[in-house]
Ligand binder design. Structure first.
Ligand SMILES: [Zn+2]
Length: 270
């Protein structure tokens, strides 16, 4: 599943290619799972609108639109296998394509999703999508510390709770806890101020590095150019069960927390 850095990479790639263009026409597959807003509503909001900006909020790609000075937003949630591709119209349409936006620049923006956990929707004019939780790259220290106060769940589960912080998934939760030296099983509410200060810094560091490297390619996503990212080369613990820790050579352990695979070093993380 794409995480925050992958979604940001895709949003930035799409923004660079299509911002400022007008949507000439829209085709939808009308498969019910994919459309969180009725397809007719999406077609109505998008057709004739200008794409002002494509950006990321949490794990959602947000397309800011304007038409007759009325702002609207088109939301793309990639789910497990969703891809947003900028393609020439003569490029064969891949199987499982659910939406095609024909653009004034001559290209098409296509949403392709084999497993159909992705979602397309539009936000009513004059409302702004802000997502369910705090933004991990910009959350202030005091707000970050407050998120975990009195939480009885393991810190790993709290990091994955999208209503607290949005956009952090399994890979970057494990990596951030490694860099902060914190065991994933520790109760979130018992972490000290110093622990949470290190954790916030570690989270910002791993997410920022992953964005700079173009996101991970562990799941079957490619960015708008079809080029996979390569952050997995830099993983310290994620998916490295039994391999030596890159810092102390202790074999990396795997446990399950909240139903999710969790990887850590029993020497480096306390
Ligand atoms: Zn270690």
């Amino acid at each position: 599943m794409p995480e925050l850095p992958e979604v940001e990479t895709i949003a930035n790639g799409v923004q660079a290619r299509i911002h400022g263009q007008t949507i000439r026409s829209v085709w939808t597959s009308n498969k019910p799972q994919t459309f969180k807003s009725p397809p007719d509503e999406i077609i109505e909001a998008l057709t004739g609108s200008r794409i002002e900006r494509v950006h990321r909020v949490g794990k959602t790609i947000v397309v800011d639109l304007s038409r007759r000075k009325k702002p609207a937003q088109f939301l793309v949630h990639l789910g497990m296998t969703g891809r947003l591709l900028v393609s020439a119209p003569d490029t064969p349409v891949p199987p499982h394509t659910h939406a095609i936006l024909a653009l004034s620049g001559g290209q098409e923006l296509r949403f392709v999703d084999a497993r159909r956990f992705g979602r397309l929707s539009v936000v009513a004019p004059d409302t702004r999508y802000e997502g369910p939780g705090a933004e991990p790259l910009t959350v202030a220290l005091e707000e970050f510390i407050g998120l975990f106060r009195n939480r009885k769940t393991p810190i790993k589960a709290a990091l994955l709770n999208q209503s607290l912080l949005h956009g952090v998934g399994n890979i970057y939760a494990d990596e951030a806890l490694f860099h902060a030296g914190i065991r994933p099983s520790r109760h979130a509410g018992r972490l000290t101020r110093a622990d949470l200060t290190r954790l916030r810094e570690a989270l910002i560091k791993v997410l920022t590095e992953a964005i700079q490297l173009g996101g991970s390619s562990v799941s079957d996503y490619v960015d708008a150019d079809g080029v996979a990212g390569f952050f997995q080369l830099h993983h310290h613990v994620y998916s490295r069960t039994g391999q030596p820790c890159r810092v102390c050579a202790t074999p990396i352990k795997r446990i399950v927390i909240g139903g999710r695979s969790t990887h850590y070093c029993s020497t480096c993380q306390k």
